[in-house]
Ligand binder design. Sequence first.
Ligand code: APR
Length: 232
Amino acid sequence: MPAPSIVILTGAGISAESGLGTFRDEGGLWAQHRIEDVATPEGFSRNPQLVTDFYNARRAQAAKATPNAAHRAIALLQTRHGGAITLVTQNVDDLHEKAGSQDVIHMHGALNSALCAHCEHRWPASLKMSVGQDCPKCNAPAARPDIVWFGEIPYHMERIEKALARADIFVAIGTSGNVYPAAGFVQMARHVGAETLEMNLEPGENINLFDDARPGKASETVPIWVEEMLAG
Ligand code: APR
């Protein structure tokens, strides 16, 4: 019996115990800032300084954060599991990479990456980006955070859909199931007969689509699940 092909989707909840705020929990980021002001292209063109400051603050916080047991367990699974593992994250922090994960698919972009709004060139973002920074490739003063804002198209969707189409197991960790297309991945996995599991502090919006759920803190539930997968 070949080892199962696993697709893992992570959200802000997996980084919560590393001290990075989630979006929709009590006092979360969207309680402190209006999405339309800091996470839309319109917000950026209206007030690029406000948006640049918002991501500079999150980048500085993420730079100081360390991965927790959930990130480390997933990295371990990637090294030891016999079958394919596709790790998709909605998070823009680099805690999966810091834990040793390879080939992390950042479908909402990454704080450590800068994007040229003019020629779409990408380069490693400085810790503190400034408004109107020149693109190192085309020299246009058009640098922006390489973050997928509301109304923009998530990255790597073709690759993600291909992985979902051949998934035997789909696991969602620390995501509220509020934002599409990520919230629809469980449906795509079910469609091909994959087993679906949610590991979340609170049940997500799409909990009824999961075969199984393990409520609790990711730093506790994920290592137990990985141990079972590796013993299996
Ligand atoms: N362990 C496990 N789950 C947790 C923990 C924890 N320690 N703490 C919080 N959670 C869960 C919450 O119960 C919630 O279901 O994590 C989820 C966080 O949900 P959101 O804040 O909505 O974050 P996320 O689902 O990643 O948001 C998706 O929305 O705003 C956009 O682009 C942004 O990528 C983000 C997307």
